[in-house]
Design a protein around this ligand. Structure first.
Ligand SMILES: C[S@@+](CC[C@H](N)C(=O)[O-])C[C@H]1O[C@@H](n2cnc3c(N)ncnc32)[C@H](O)[C@@H]1O
Length: 305
């Protein structure tokens, strides 16, 4: 969603190609970079193989984070995400902290909302883009909450993303993702949903705030117009209406090459088939949807006989 790969030229990537970066990176240890990584980045090669890799470019990361809060219903989406997690979250009497993951975190708006809403929680911000993780880190630093988080570089397009997580950690209580999973193939989306189900503790919540398929081009156009209006209101004169149109229709237009959008209804079916309960599209605004589900309290498949 939102980003137009035309901002960057594929030719530039080809001339900068460096095959040495294709080797695997290492997990960092305390005292080294605070960002853990399962794979060493090679943005140039990635961008050719995967159009979503444009997110690893600083220019793209900055362009998106600049407008993120002007997305229609941005605040309502986060408020509802927190409300749903609070509803299903079972306090465990302080036996261990409430833990969560923010997948494809970008500069971390979802995880930062969880840090504020759950003051005793600990979270992991995961993204495959170094500039995005750096921006997330500086925003979390500014909140004074760095000690409560891990920042992890991982690529959701393969199950290897889980290698970058702290394997010692118990199951997670909530998993959120914003506008990221639609970059994965449909086969990979479904596999990821099962990985997330398996990773959640009983009663754990998964919420995906996502760019979903529309029934028609007309519906997408209604969204574009609403986005221009919302952005213009948000910037209160700091951006002209024409600049907002430029951002929505050109700079931040749908990143067609990197988007593999699926209807929220279909994805809810996928979640049900993983075993999620309470599955619903909790909020929908044209091409944007907040949907998800809750893991069974006692997973019958793994319960002792
Ligand atoms: C539109 S931004 C959304 C960021 C943030 N979640 C938000 O709601 O503002 C999409 C994010 O997904 C990340 N992303 C895309 N494909 C990814 C992948 N295969 N693995 C990990 N992160 C990915 C990008 O780097 C980018 O930060």
């Amino acid at each position: 969603m939102f980003l137009r790969p035309a901002l960057l030229s594929v030719a530039a990537f080809v001339t900068k190609m460096d095959m040495s970066g294709l080797t695997c990176g290492s997990i960092s240890v305390p005292g080294e970079s605070p960002i853990r990584s399962a794979t060493a980045p090679n943005n140039e090669v990635d961008a050719i193989l995967d159009p979503a890799a444009v997110w690893k470019e600083k220019e793209v990361a900055n362009a998106f984070t600049d407008i993120r809060e002007s997305v229609p219903l941005a605040k309502e989406q986060l408020d509802l995400m927190v409300r749903i997690i609070k509803t299903f979250h079972q306090p465990n009497g302080g036996a261990r902290p409430f833990t969560w993951l923010d997948l494809g975190c970008g500069d971390g708006p979802l995880g930062r909302a969880l840090l504020e809403a759950f003051p005793d929680s600990q979270g992991t911000f995961l993204d495959f883009s170094e500039p995005m993780l750096e921006t997330a880190k500086s925003k979390i630093d500014a909140m004074g909450m760095t000690h409560r988080v891990s920042l992890v570089q991982g690529d959701l397009s393969s199950p290897r993303w889980m290698e970058a997580l702290n394997q010692q950690q118990p199951k997670v209580d909530a998993i959120v993702s914003g506008f990221a999973i639609h970059h994965l193939t449909n086969e990979r989306k479904q596999a990821l949903y099962q990985e997330l189900y398996d990773m959640l503790s009983p009663g754990g919540v998964f919420l995906n705030l996502e760019h979903v398929a529309s029934p028609s081009l007309e519906v997408e156009k209604i969204f574009d117009g609403a986005f221009v209006d919302s952005m213009h209101r948000h910037f209160e004169g700091a951006k002209t209406y024409e600049e907002c149109e430029q951002a929505v229709y050109y700079d931040l237009n749908v990143d067609a090459e990197a988007n593999i959008v699926v209807s929220a209804e279909t994805q809810c079916e996928w979640l049900r088939s993983c075993g999620f309960q309470h599955v619903d599209i909790y909020l929908k605004y044209l091409i944007l949807a907040l949907f998800g589900g809750v893991k069974k309290q006692e997973d019958e498949a793994s319960a002792p006989l």
